[in-house]
Design a protein around this ligand. Structure first.
Ligand code: NAD
Length: 481
């Protein structure tokens, strides 16, 4: 129909179909100009043998409508099934995950009556790139990837969000006291971009104490931006302490596509009983209405929801020991209040210039490509039998004439030369070779080194080249080095 915006809708698994029906009922009654296209994803698709949980027709719809309203899905237990959420976010380039966590005191019990925090999480990188390998019988690894463009995009998005929604402060959480290069880059870029927004306060916390503070005094925070894994954990903590994980919605925003959902899962134990709270998905849907520019409908739905909460209509999860209603009755109560505004809780207004869609972050000017010099190689060796001393001495003999063995480490701790007998070692050794006397080195030198290692009967499992970027070390030193 003319004027209606096509959106792709997945009803999902578990409580998904009930909360999606409730949400669509409210949107349609509120006059949302949308044309849902239903796709099948999740458990059924996985169990039919598609390990990604999503088929080609679903991708076709998503790539055409570019707007996805998604109920939670169940990822079957067991190996081989890829997370559909992670796949969708990455395939559609949904780099920003936005999760507002608000308390509704005194109507919904919470220890934090003045909480209003927005967690903005990087959605594509970090350990969620999902690059994992088993390298030896004892050791598996997961690559943590943080990129400059990825970090710039999400951090700019956080500041643009703060500006659009008239928020005073953006806080960054990282663990850069330990991960000086990956989290260090995220923090550095945060400081660079914060300087471009002098109207907005900025601060950085180490993630562990920052998260503890957020759980204790969330009213001290406003917008918090962080890498993927920390944001995943922090947003569940924030939603739960605000009142319930059943309340918070989530927007996944990309340059071209966007996906809207609840932050909670498919709660299979509550499925089919008309019990689940549809509010998380409804909050996701309100963010979708703002995204497609239907500001009046978004305002009407959000204010009707706030009035419903003020009037004491609750699903079981927020009722606690008070009377509760089912999913359908809750949705009907919101429909009955369309056109009303809350009296005690602050009303929202997406029709003003503020509280609207966040403009796409400006692109950063291209940076000069730094000079890159090869400065050595870390050769990883699988060896379950030798002692650090024996391995170190053997490698020293193999190093020349191009290299010197600088150190051998095990699980990031230097064990040769001069290790401690107390240090526990696994079967996975990192052996650092660097050129003798500042000699220039090439990939050919590395290949000859690896050949010598192989001829000596040692098994190398991978290498990492060591580079200097404009003369600056592009690799970490080991603990004890
Ligand atoms: P969950 O969020 O589904 O449920 C945890 C508990 O929270 C439930 O038992 C229920 O008591 C409560 N709860 C959650 N949502 C509620 C609601 N709307 N109303 C009332 N109570 C609610 O987490 P889980 O049990 O760890 O995961 C179940 C399944 O969901 C798993 O298969 C998981 O992979 C999947 N999951 C999907 C998504 C998604 O699709 N975005 C997100 C998280 C988990």
């Amino acid at each position: 129909m003319a004027g209606k915006v096509p959106i792709t809708v997945a009803k999902g698994d578990g409580i998904g179909p009930e909360i999606m029906d409730a949400t669509l009922h409210i949107l349609m009654e509120a006059g949302a100009q949308i044309e849902p296209e239903f796709i099948e994803i999740g458990e059924k698709v996985y169990l039919a043998g598609n390990t990604s949980g999503i088929g080609p027709e679903a991708w076709e719809s998503l790539r055409r409508t570019k707007v996805f309203l998604k109920a939670p899905i169940t990822t079957p237990q067991g190996g081989g099934y890829k997370s559909l959420n992670v796949t969708t976010r990455k395939a559609l380039g949904l780099y920003a995950n936005v999760r507002p966590c608000v308390s509704y005191h005194p109507f919904i019990p919470t220890k934090h009556p003045n909480m209003n925090v927005v967690i903005i999480r990087e959605n594509e990188e970090d350990t969620y790139a999902g690059i994992e390998h088993q390298q030896t019988p004892d050791v598996v690894q997961c690559l943590k990837l943080i990129s400059r463009p990825g970090s710039e995009k999400i951090i700019r998005y956080a500041f643009e969000y703060a500006r659009t929604y008239n928020r005073r402060k953006v806080t960054c959480f990282t663990k850069d006291n330990i991960m000086k290069m990956t989290d260090g880059l995220f923090h550095k870029i945060f400081d660079e971009i914060a300087a471009e927004y002098p109207d907005i306060e900025s601060e950085h916390w180490i993630v562990d104490i920052g998260m503890a503070k957020m759980a204790d005094t969330p009213e001290q925070f406003d917008v918090i931006v962080m890498p993927n894994l920390y944001g995943d954990i922090a947003s569940d903590v924030a939603a739960q302490i605000a009142g319930s994980v059943g309340l918070a919605g989530s927007a996944n925003i990309g340059d071209q596509c966007a996906m809207f959902e609840a932050i909670h899962g498919s709660a299979p134990r509550r499925a089919g009983q008309n019990l689940a709270n549809p509010s998380g998905l409804l909050h996701g849907a309100i963010m979708m209405l703002v995204h497609i520019g239907q500001y009046e409908v978004a305002t009407r739905v959000h204010n009707a929801w706030l009035k419903t909460i003020e009037d004491g209509v609750y699903t079981y999860d927020i009722a606690k020991d008070r009377p509760s209603v089912g999913t359908k009755e809750f949705a009907q109560a919101v429909v009955d209040r369309l056109g009303q505004r809350p009296e005690q809780l602050p009303a929202v207004d997406y029709t003003t210039a503020r509280e609207r869609k966040v403009s796409a972050p400006a692109k950063t000017a291209p940076r000069p490509v730094p000079r890159r010099d090869l400065d050595g190689v870390d050769v990883f060796i699988y060896n379950a039998e030798t002692s650090p001393e024996a391995l170190g001495r053997r490698l020293e003999e193999l190093a020349g004439p191009e290299f010197q063995l600088v150190m051998v480490s095990n699980r990031g701790v230097k064990v040769y030369p001069g290790g401690f007998p107390e240090t526990f070692t696994s079967d996975h050794w990192r052996c650092r070779f660097q050129p003798l006397n500042g000699r220039e080195m090439s990939h050919k030198d590395i290949r000859s080194l690896l050949e010598r290692v192989e001829h000596a009967g040692l098994e190398w499992i991978k290498i990492e080249n060591l580079y200097l970027f404009d003369g600056q070390r592009g690799y970490s030193l080991d603990q004890g080095e």
